[in-house]
Ligand binder design. Structure first.
Ligand code: FAD
Length: 477
């Protein structure tokens, strides 16, 4: 057939060439976390010729899988193998060390590509907005997580663990992650990929008590059962739960949907029943403890005379509103929780990388319908910047797949005009070369990856992360 059409167009070689060029849909994805990779995977799977280029601000791919997921949850990071399979496909290019909104503008990407997918996550944090929040040792969980995961921008933050009490504001899975890292024995942590410098600080840590503070009651906790079970069974550590906080759960539990029911059953059992003999023995010899404080809102971080954190002033709350949608209302009643470290874990927050983007400040997301950015044909979002910073890798996968399908459907229905020739990465590489930005390819990342794994193997851990950007660039030459 190809031969026949050539015969019909004797002088058409150039024409055939230009038609082919213009009908390769050029798609770019901004961000290489789960949302970016699952979107790319879907596009490559359901379109036979689309080219997908992925721009990532760091020299390393995988977003929060590398820099958020807890180092003692290595099995969760297995999705990296699937992402690597995608990255190694012929029609895929990784362009690391390129920050959209800084090295290249959204307009430049839109000019160079038929479709642009924003999958850059939600990397800002929510402040508490209370006096004393700027004191040293009042940190966002986001920074603390970045620190123990070797994120270059947080690698050198000052974390003072010379205190016996820490308070985590928040009762979600990230709050549990940071509490668990603070309370886990160093012998276990040193087998994870926590950087050596951080392990040295954790080895010296005096933290014995971690309290997780929540605005509402135990029926409103946001963590999930796996994370709670780990805390209940954490070696060398015991729960210190006030039974009176949990009595009412017994009446609530029977009417709850199954996942919630199982979670609250475990919480009530831990607070109200005798532990089994094995756990009882473990609790009896425990040197550390964790507790949950309910119906409290932080109102001020208190400092001692030397300026260090001495405690957190909390307002007691009461619940108002319809059953199941209760809101916490602060009262005049206050109390002080003594501590030397405060970690606020009240959520991540998205932002707009470009002023031209529609942005909903209330949800901190880019408004979209099934991944299509409202009023912007050819522009898409997926993952946390589309849905808000909630949910796990699995829900991000669903978001990525939905957006990937929308991208392909729009190409196939010509909602996006692919007959207009687009240069794709060639145009952007020119822009970056002019600015002197050195792109890190996937192959170059794999060199850094190899280096980290070899360095880790010598220390008996999965990898020793390089946390200095300059050094990362050197190793990914
Ligand atoms: P991200 O993973 O944040 O990826 C965004 C990427 O975009 C990053 O690589 C970032 O560097 C890049 N980027 C940002 N701005 C730009 C820019 N301007 N230009 C170019 N690139 C940019 N889920 C689980 O299933 N199990 C867990 O155990 C688990 N633990 C978690 C622990 C923590 C502390 C956190 C915060 C989340 C955890 N999650 C877990 C949730 C999971 O990490 C998220 O669902 C998922 O990472 C969201 O994917 P994303 O691609 O939207 O964002």
């Amino acid at each position: 057939m190809l031969g026949a059409s050539r015969m019909l167009m004797p002088r058409g070689a150039v024409l055939v060439h230009s038609v082919c060029m213009s009908t390769v849909p050029q798609v770019c994805v901004v961000g290489s976390g789960p949302a970016g990779f699952y979107t790319a995977q879907q596009i490559l799977k359901s379109h036979a010729s689309a080219q997908v280029d992925m721009y990532e601000k760091l020299p390393t791919p995988f977003g929060l899988v590398r820099y958020g997921v807890a180092p003692d949850h290595q099995e969760v990071k297995n999705c990296i193998h699937t992402f690597t399979q995608t990255a190694l496909q012929d029609r895929f290019t990784f362009l690391g060390n390129v920050e959209v909104g800084c090295d290249v503008t959204l307009d430049q990407l839109r000019e160079a590509y038929h479709s642009v997918v924003l999958a850059y996550g939600a990397a800002e944090d929510r402040p508490l907005g209370i006096p004393g929040e700027m004191l040293p040792n009042v940190l966002s969980a986001r920074c603390f997580v970045g620190w123990y995961n070797g994120l270059p921008e947080d690698a050198n933050i000052n974390v003072n663990l010379d205190t016996d009490s820490a308070v985590v504001v928040g009762q979600g899975n990230v709050a549990i992650d940071v509490a668990r890292i603070l309370l886990t024995s160093i012998d276990i942590l040193k087998k994870t990929d926590i950087p050596e410098s951080v392990l040295a600080s954790l080895a010296e840590s005096r933290v014995k008590r971690v309290t997780l503070v929540g605005r509402r009651g135990p029926e409103h906790v946001a963590f999930t059962i796996k994370e709670l079970r780990e805390m209940v069974n954490l070696a060398g550590c015991r729960p210190s739960l006030q039974p009176s906080d949990y009595q009412h759960l017994r009446h609530l539990i029977p009417n709850l949907p199954r996942p919630r029911k199982r979670l609250l059953e475990l919480l009530a059992k831990t607070a109200l029943e005798e532990p089994n003999p094995k756990l009882a023995a473990s609790y009896a010899s425990a040197v550390r403890q964790w507790s949950l404080q309910f119906l409290r809102s932080p109102v001020e971080v208190l400092a001692s005379e030397d300026g260090s954190v001495s405690g957190l002033k909390l307002a007691k709350n009461k619940l108002e509103g319809k059953k199941g949608q209760e809101r916490a209302i602060t009262t005049e009643d206050k109390e002080i929780l003594e501590c030397g470290l405060v970690l606020r874990s009240i959520g991540y927050r998205g932002h707009a990388v470009d002023a031209s983007l529609p942005f909903d400040p209330h949800t901190a997301t880019i408004p979209n319908k099934e991944g299509r950015v409202t009023g912007n044909p050819g522009l898409y979002v997926s993952g946390w910047i589309a849905t808000g910073p909630v949910g796990v890798i699995l829900s991000t996968m669903t978001s990525g797949f939905t957006t990937g399908k929308a991208v392909v459907a729009d190409i196939q229905t010509t909602a996006v005009d692919i007959n207009q020739h687009k240069e794709g990465k060639t145009a952007i590489q020119r822009v970056l070369a002019e600015k002197g930005v050195r792109i890190v390819s996937f192959k170059q990342w794999q060199q850094l990856d190899q280096h980290e794994m070899l360095a880790g193997a010598k220390l008996g851990k999965p990898r020793e992360k390089v946390t200095n950007l300059h050094r990362m660039m050197e190793l990914s030459q």
